[in-house]
Design a protein around this ligand. Structure first.
Ligand code: HPA
Length: 244
């Protein structure tokens, strides 16, 4: 079973032939929404919108542990996670789709491990490469097949939100080496790694990050960019899923 996590702009997975909807309680509480289980591009998938069915859960209040655990319980071994991000460096312009290969975690106060209550030395996972390289390459290949341009790589800075950043914060992230900024890749990616689930992010640039362009950030423009990018995300997923 393949797991798909939808971000802002992707609360419903077009083309999913729904077979079952499952609301599962986990040892870590309730997932963001019932898992939608069915066939997508000929494969068994489980889909969950991380912000809830009606986009009501802000990034810092998402129950990441319940979402990842519920997928693990279903036997999910690979997760493609779609996320909207702000673009910091030159190539990462609004509308661009990127497959980050690194991240820096600036979030705080989130439940970020399945082992917080039951820790032992063996639980220090290797996280040198936070996104699964094989999965990233498969998505890149899927993009090539449908002649879609995606950026291979980039560093995803994870901020706490829900507010957007200040111009100085974005300057700092840029100095730190970040290419895009979003609010959800952590603890999601770390939790997946704890359970040996291969995880890759499909990051859709919704806007220039704060202070990068001279225009003030507007939620309307961000949502518009996300909406107009989602048909490409669906096309990419349809091409990628059969390769996994
Ligand atoms: N910052 C953080 N998260 C985001 C942004 C941003 O500019 N755009 C979309 N998600």
């Amino acid at each position: 079973m393949i797991g798909l996590i939808g971000g802002s702009g992707l609360s419903h997975l077009e083309g999913l032939e729904l077979e079952q909807q499952m609301q599962r309680e986990t040892p870590f509480g309730e997932p963001s929404a019932p898992l939608m289980i069915g066939k997508f591009a000929g494969k068994d998938v489980a889909f969950i919108p991380r912000h809830g069915e009606h986009h009501t859960i802000p990034p810092h209040l998402i129950n990441y542990r319940a979402n990842i655990w519920a997928m693990h319980q279903l036997g999910v071994e690979q997760i493609l996670a779609v996320a909207s991000v702000g673009g910091i460096t030159e190539l990462y312009k609004p509308g661009v789709i990127a497959l980050p290969d690194q991240l820096i975690d600036y979030s705080w106060g989130r439940e970020s491990s399945f082992f917080s209550e039951d820790f032992s030395a063996a639980r220090h996972i290797d996280f040198t490469y936070p996104f699964d390289e094989t999965l990233r390459q498969q998505i890149q290949l899927a993009a090539n097949i449908v002649e879609m341009t995606v950026i291979d790589g980039g560093t995803y800075a994870v901020t706490q939100g829900p507010r957007l950043e200040t111009a100085a914060e974005i300057r700092r992230l840029k100095n730190d080496g970040a290419d895009v900024v979003g609010m959800t890749a952590m603890p999601e990616a770390g939790l997946a790694r704890e359970l040996n689930i291969a995880y890759a992010s499909i990051a859709v640039v919704a806007n220039h990050a704060a202070g990068i362009s001279s225009h003030p950030l507007s939620m309307e423009v961000i949502i518009e960019t996300m909406d107009s990018s989602m048909h490409r995300v669906h096309r990419l997923l349809k091409s990628a899923i059969p390769l996994l």
